[in-house]
Write a protein that binds this ligand. Structure first.
Ligand code: AMP
Length: 395
């Protein structure tokens, strides 16, 4: 794998695609800068070699053209503070003025370009737009794993203009960890799949049936499986048009010898509310007027046992509505079990927006092997798809 370690950047301008899509308050305060701190090692490597850095990113989802609330200019002072080097900014990512600034960029400094998505050509993957972006640098580095599943101008197409291109440290780590799981996992390999909807996770479950030994299913999606098995689910989350698919997955798991674990019991509520009345219900036996919002005690125990015996763990999606304290137990207990298994030597990768958020919320970030920064990108990777951002560098 070609990474920034494969190059000496002395006297070179590195054009780096980063993911600076950080959350901002109405007053443009950055509430979580982890996407910025995550790429500091790559920036530092270029600068310490004696090179200069041009950064390009998107921020939010601007509709058409520039909008102040999505301007990357709001990040300039924080970026300067984090990197401790001079940062200049261009309010247009492909203007002649911006290109001149990159051409004259002093060694040891950073040029941040305005939001790429102010041009519709970015998401369209426009080749002429990508070629203009390419003029900003001598070497292209992709360090934006979060957008690696998009064939956008700056994430994939731009790479065609470069002979010299590589992964940044963050992206290299993400790719190496994800590949480790899919290519040669130490067994037993257990995948935990949770979250709200089956429809979002069908492809990943189908692909995991080819590699995992155990698949644990939790969260709202478990109820569509429960219906597929003939159960009553009351008012729990349910996708009628996916019942058949769930039946198919259950049969396929059996055929392939993959153990698919569904929760034996659930914590149910009479309203989608932290203060609702609660009761425990066996799976497949939830009365009308009640909905399952977390896995139950029996399920926690069974899932924990499977995890304790696992050598490789992939976790995507929470076990319940962990945002509300009444329904956080299942997700917390699974985080604990993953942490325990990791301490005993298992390799654990947590990824996909909400499970990463849960691991962070319950303080387990340091107790798992790796927390991925990629939501959609990680999902697509485990769905077995080729990610354009990876292919573009490896080509
Ligand atoms: P996803 O983005 O698909 O991983 O789904 C995450 C969301 O699923 C979280 O916001 C959870 O609150 C929600 N969720 C998990 N379990 C349930 C459930 N049993 N009923 C409704 N929502 C759930």
């Amino acid at each position: 794998m070609k990474t920034v370690d494969s190059y000496n950047f002395r006297g070179k301008r590195a054009l780096i695609r980063v993911d600076f899509n950080v959350p901002l308050t109405d007053d443009f305060e950055i509430t979580d800068d982890s996407r910025m701190t995550a790429v500091l090692p790559t920036i530092q490597k270029v600068i310490s070699d004696g090179g200069s850095v041009v950064l390009m990113s998107h921020l939010g989802r601007p509709k058409t053209g520039p909008e102040d609330k999505f301007s990357l200019e709001h990040l300039v002072s924080h970026l300067a503070k984090l990197t401790n080097v001079p940062v200049i900014f261009s309010n247009d990512c492909i203007s002649g003025e911006a290109l001149t600034k990159s051409r004259n960029l002093e060694i040891g400094s950073i040029h941040l370009l305005e939001n790429l998505r102010f041009y519709v050509e970015e998401t369209a993957g426009d080749a002429a737009f990508a070629a203009k972006l390419a003029k900003h640098g001598d070497i292209f580095i992709n360090d934006a794993f979060g957008t690696a599943h998009r064939a956008h101008a700056s994430t994939a197409i731009v790479a065609d203009s470069f002979k010299d291109k590589c992964f940044g440290f963050l992206m290299a780590k993400e790719v190496a960890n994800a590949q480790k799981l899919m290519r040669n996992p130490e067994r037993p390999f257990t995948s935990i799949v949770g979250g709200a909807k089956v429809s979002d996770k069908i492809l990943i479950i189908e692909n995991l049936l080819n590699v995992a030994d155990h698949i644990i299913i939790g969260g709202g999606m478990a109820y569509t499986f429960s219906v597929a098995k003939g159960g009553r689910i009351g008012n729990s989350l349910f996708e009628e048009d996916r019942v058949e698919k769930c039946t198919e997955i259950l049969a396929k798991a059996k055929e392939k010898g993959v153990q698919l674990h569904l929760p034996a019991d659930n914590l149910c509520a009479d309203a989608f509310n932290n203060d609702a009345n609660l009761r425990s219900c066996n799976s497949g036996d939830i009365p009308e007027g009640w909905m399952g919002l977390d896995i139950g005690e029996e399920a926690i125990q069974a899932f924990t046992e499977v995890l304790h015996k696992s050598k490789t763990i992939l976790w995507n999606g929470p076990m319940g509505v962990f945002e509300m304290s009444s329904f956080e137990n299942g997700t917390k207990a699974i985080a604990q079990a993953v942490a325990d298994a990791t301490r005993k030597g298992a390799f654990s990768l947590v990824g996909g927006g909400d499970s990463s958020a849960a691991v962070k919320k319950f303080g387990f970030t340091e107790n798992v092997s790796y927390v991925s920064t990629g939501g959609g990108a990680l999902l697509e990777f485990f769905e077995g798809k080729e990610l354009p951002g990876i292919v573009a560098i490896e080509a």
